[in-house]
Design a protein around this ligand. Sequence first.
Ligand code: SF4
Length: 208
Amino acid sequence: MIIMQDDKRIRISNLNELIKSCKKCPLHLNRTNAVVGNGNIDTKIMLIGEAPGRNEDLQGIPFVGSAGKLLDSLLNENNIKRDDVYITNVVKCRPPNNRTPNKEEIDSCLPYLIEEIDIIKPEIILTLGRTAGEAVSLIFDYKWEGLEKERKKPREVMFNGIKIKVFSTYHPAAALYKPELKELLREDIKEANQILKNKHKSLLDFMK
Ligand code: SF4
């Protein structure tokens, strides 16, 4: 068990070094920092967003701006701290003016996300926003049916011998100024957490 945990740490550290020096797509040209995943690599819940924004690019940490603060508060409502989960993005470098990353950029960066999933081995993935939901559907090879439909039907997928439940929900940046989306995001986080709680008696049980 200790060897496996060490192996995870070595793998994530190697991966992060690769990402920080990556020049596979044009997004490296304007970045201040490549933003690697952050949080607990022994968790069973992984959150995936679209791309770093301005604050994330400056600090090199995902979800540290106002959208991140909203996400933190919704996680806290379920007694989940940032350190309890692992958070990452589909692309690791900030697109200019926060535009949506294009196909070339996503295709270039996706192997890093696949490696993160393989290292973390989450039981639950919560995708935040359409870009993340679509990218994850490519990894697990199912047909993306749009965010509204997908959020109502969590997918169960097998990945390298692990069963993962994939929830699709809204990006906290979209929910910042739309109370109705914030409510749906709140519901989805609560549902994902409830499923974990039903499977494991307490948060501590799935943190190992
Ligand atoms: S976005 Fe991804 S693929 Fe593109 S340069 Fe950054 S780390 Fe590399």
